[in-house]
Design a protein around this ligand. Structure first.
Ligand code: NAD
Ligand code: WQD
Length: 335
């Protein structure tokens, strides 16, 4: 049985990926420092898959802790989720973002090199494209100067991994996620926003649950179908499954390039008002919302061209927006 290390494996995307890895027959080890997750997720994963993954409470900023982990565990692949992810917070605390997201990655790559490991999957983001000139966005679209320290850490991360692939034995895939939403159908794992949510879907579900009074829709004067901004919202379980496909490609790889990048989205653009309408329809909840000013730094439209991932990873999305929003609502109701 192949052993896979999942850093950040108790977080939102990590926990769903651990479930899919176990479903696919992999043996999973998790490293997480619980800075944005709860240890309860471990039991919840077990209650879904009947297998409890091995857990290591390690901060990837600690070289020593990582070294002692790799002294005792030999792994066949690594999926690297562990990072800080709030765009706004990264502007306030850039150093923390560079330490967790860049130094942490460099520490991991040092262990990978020292032990001659390969097969790395990196969580990148559509944020690297900024406002793309052409839609849908292909992997060949130029990367725009990062708008935030968070975005910068993803661009730097991809570059460092690419260089490591050129100089070492490493084979790696960067997956550029569009907007992951939703939760496992069991509602046992999901997204845990700390404090006031910055992202749309948690704000929507918390408003419907009465935790927030009113959803602010940031701008209705964009040049889009209804004036509100457009994104590519992907069900987190579909996203998790893309990691299994990418991992299989790495493990079975023979003569292909050592560093590859894939967009992971649905290929479909949805506006904020469409999200609100769909949420109201599938949950039978009325959402209290108002239109306010645009949010500074927001782009108008982003959605993926997923042709490459569909073909090369032999992967495609299976779930609908209705299912994603309903699962997010079920998760919210259980909180
Ligand atoms: P998350 O915060 O839910 O999960 C990240 C996990 O990493 C958490 O469990 C946290 O405790 C852990 N972690 C953070 N810093 C750590 C450190 N120094 N050492 C060990 N563990 C650490 O976030 P998520 O939404 O699951 O995102 C996972 C990855 O995907 C991140 O790299 C993120 O940047 C990337 N990503 C997320 C989105 C999104 O919208 N959620 C979009 C694009 C890319
Ligand atoms: C979606 C849309 C908002 C909240 C962020 C990161 C990006 C990536 C994905 C990690 C936008 C609107 C939102 C609200 C609203 N993450 N909105 N009211 O901005 O596409 O991207 O998450 O890599 O890097 O920047 O996602 O969910 O914040 O916003 O009207 O209360 O919803 O203006 O149009 P975004 P989001």
């Amino acid at each position: 049985m192949k052993k896979i290390l999942v850093t950040g494996g108790l977080g939102f995307i990590g926990s769903h990926t651990v479930v899919e890895l176990q479903n696919a027959g992999f043996n999973v080890l998790i490293i997480d420092n619980l800075s944005n997750s709860r240890i309860e997720a471990l039991e919840q994963i077990k209650s879904i898959t009947s297998v409890k993954p091995d857990f290591y409470n390690i901060d990837i900023r600690s070289k020593e802790a990582l070294k002692s982990f790799f002294d005792t565990e030999k792994v066949d692949g690594i999926i690297h989720f562990a990072a800080l992810k709030s765009v706004g917070e990264s502007v306030q605390k850039p150093q923390e973002y560079f330490e967790n997201n860049v130094d942490g990655l460099v520490n991991l790559l040092a262990e990978i090199k020292n032990r001659n490991l390969n097969n790395l999957i990196f969580s990148s983001s559509c944020t690297v494209y900024g406002q793309a000139d052409e839609l849908p966005i292909t992997e060949n679209a130029p990367l725009k100067p990062a708008e935030s320290p968070y975005g910068e850490t993803k661009q730097i991360g991809e570059k460092i991994i690419n260089e490591s692939c050129l100089s070492n034995n490493l084979k790696a895939i960067a997956l550029r996620y569009f907007n992951p939403i939703g939760a496992h159908k069991s509602a046992k794992i999901g997204e845990l926003p700390l404090g006031i949510p910055q992202n749309l879907i948690p704000y929507v579900t918390q408003t419907a649950a009465g935790i927030r009074e009113q959803l602010s829709v940031f701008g209705d004067d964009y040049p889009t179908k209804d004036g509100t901004a457009v994104r590519d919202y992907i069900h987190v379980v579909d996203l998790a499954k893309a990691h299994i496909s990418a991992l299989k490609r790495l493990i079975n790889k023979s003569n292909k390039t050592n560093f590859e990048v894939f967009n992971i989205g649905t290929g479909k653009g949805t506006s904020v008002l469409e999200i609100i309408k769909t949420f109201e329809k599938v949950t039978n909840q009325k959402l209290n919302y108002k239109i306010v000013e645009r949010r500074s730094g927001d782009i108008t439209s982003a959605y993926a061209d997923t042709t490459l991932a569909n073909k090369e990873l032999n992967w495609k999305t299976e779930k609908t927006l209705d299912q994603a929003l309903l699962s997010a609502w079920k998760w919210q109701q259980k909180q």
